[in-house]
Design a protein around this ligand. Sequence first.
Ligand code: ADP
Ligand code: ZN
Ligand code: ZN
Length: 734
Amino acid sequence: VTDPSTIVAVAIDTPLRRVFDYLVSPELGEARPGQRVLIPFGRRQLVGIVVESRSHSAWTVDKLRSVVAIIDREPVFDTELLALLIWAADYYRHPIGEVLIAALPTAMRAGTPSIAQQKVWRLTAHGHERADAELSARAAKQRSVIALLRQVNEATTGQIEQQAAASVATLRELARRGYVEQVEIALDAQETASGITAPSLALNAGQADAVTKINASLGTFVTWLLYGVTGSGKTEVYLNVIAAVLARGAQALVLVPEIALTPQVIARFRERFAASLAILHSGLNDTQRLNAWRDARSGAARIVIGTRSAVFAPLRTPGVIIIDEEHDPSFKQQDGFRYSARDLAIVRAQRAGIPIVLGSATPSLESLARIQKQPETLLSLPRRAADAVPPRLTLIDLRKHAAAQGISTPALMAMRRHLDAGNQVLLFLNRRGYAPVLFCPGCGWAAHCKRCDAHLTVHRGSEQLVCHHCGAEPLAPAQCPQCLEPVKPVGQGTERIEETVAQIFPDAPLARIDRDSMRRKGELEATLARIRSNEIRILVGTQMLTKGHDFPNVTLVVVLNADQGLFSTDFRASERLAQLIIQVAGRAGRATQPGEVLIQTEYPAHPLLTLLLEGGYEGFAQGALQERQQSGWPPFTRIALLRAEATQPAAATNFLNAALRVAQQHASRGIRFFGPAPAPMERRAGRYRAQLLLHAATHGPLQRLMSTWIPAVEGLTEARQVRWSLDVDPAELF
Ligand code: ADP
Ligand code: ZN
Ligand code: ZN
């Protein structure tokens, strides 16, 4: 007997790297890829997503369980997006169910409909035939509801209350008598305007060239690099390209770094376009997120702007993808499903046959390496749009100059000069808190976190020390636990710089911008407004200051400590440092005022700093690319990192050694293994961490190995003692 049911492969939100086969009985209708289904799983019922229809299963039919219900009439993922997600799960070797679920707004991970629904009242057949005859002539309200519904067919409770002056009680009474019923209908996608409300600025030659080339590529896949310093007019280029995309009836997807999605950025899009915007970021609640997702999917939103995960936003008619600040680390997801939104966006554009524009003042070395191969895809905006003078970079040798609490004499003098001229000053230090170390001058003791291989940070006005790695907050000792001498904070964090500056420049209002001071909602916006109004004269902050914000009156930037990152074991550390310095320098002198950038260092002869000073980011990048090529690091090779952590010191290394032995039995030709080795900070939050690095000339051999190796690693007995994860193309080596 052949079973008339069809078989579907369903992805379920579990950490298992596989799909599950289910039967679909003919009464349920056809289950198509991308649809959500309700399925029995163990003793529970779960929401899963159909990945594939199959004609047969590796399991015999009588072992298969049946789909309980098909949730969606239309698939939640269209064919293209589903294929991209399946590709991503395969590329990153991540469980397919977790990948698909992560791409859905939270509300839809349960059964919420993918299309907006609306509850409306309408007449029943009985109501149509009998209501007028049966209703008493005195029931004026009831009669007017019936008359309204005859006229308009369907109306919401609100519309009826307004237009028939009837109450909910009237409606209930009519429903009780069987004249009307309330039903849910799909809310049609609103037709939206897609016009331009404000004209473009007159483009300069570089901008015009970029816009012409990108617009000529609409409808084909090209990866463009828009390379221009901060203020060179990249956003103006995006806006012009988007205008052309909208004119073709297509949608634009714009990805921006985590903290750059400010009301100002959104306002700039709103000012230019009458088109509706869907905004996707981590601050949305479930309903807002669901609505934005639906608008993107239905095409009601012509422009979709979002942070990292918006790379998975559904689009009805994709026309272009834009990634602003493409070098930004926040495009890489660092836990769970570890993907690079930039890399996936490129794959998405390729599959959709549309151009992608990567914009940056400090492009990633990956993007610059691509330009070496395809120089015609480089679009440069060499000058600042309003012909502003580029800032001048100078090193201050900290070994020669006295520094009062982290600020050297030449820097203090420059601050005085710029403040006296009525300008603003920005001090950059990538370390929050008061001081990074609590130290005993008597015996050399320093406060360490009990659970991490790290010093505890002193925070001002707090009885507690804080571990920036695990969040522990032990009490601060007043005296040394070893020799009972008084202890003292050593080194500078942003809080201490704030304190020092307030003492030296008591009349200059100051704002500190870091994660601690900007914790409250709206605080950053309020502070930025005070900076723009020139009320604030001195800004002290971490890398929060380096993204997206314009400070037209800042003419002096002081990088207080350039030395963090000069000697890191991570091959990407110098790239990060160069990007940070150039990005923060880009905040100086944007309008007509020339900017000055002072970089404090104890290593003025360090090649990275010399390259930056002599050749700017360009010069640095050329040197760094050569070095990467010679030493065989990405982007010239490919790597993957298997990480493990465990409460027992040896467990992580044991697991990685077992994984390494298995790898050597698999097809691992062309792959080199480094480690297992302890992570640079071996103990964090009480767990011992280790890692195994895989290295190959191209991705192919890695992919071949991982496809059979990772399932084997999953089954290792040693895996039960550890938490492990795989990071393909890791951004950080710890
Ligand atoms: P970026 O995105 O590269 O930082 P923006 O597009 O924000 O640069 O431009 C920086 C400033 O220059 C903005 O105030 C913008 O209005 C202005 N601007 C951009 N393009 C032009 C232009 N062609 N003519 C005059 N001003 C421009
Ligand atoms: Zn001591
Ligand atoms: Zn800790």
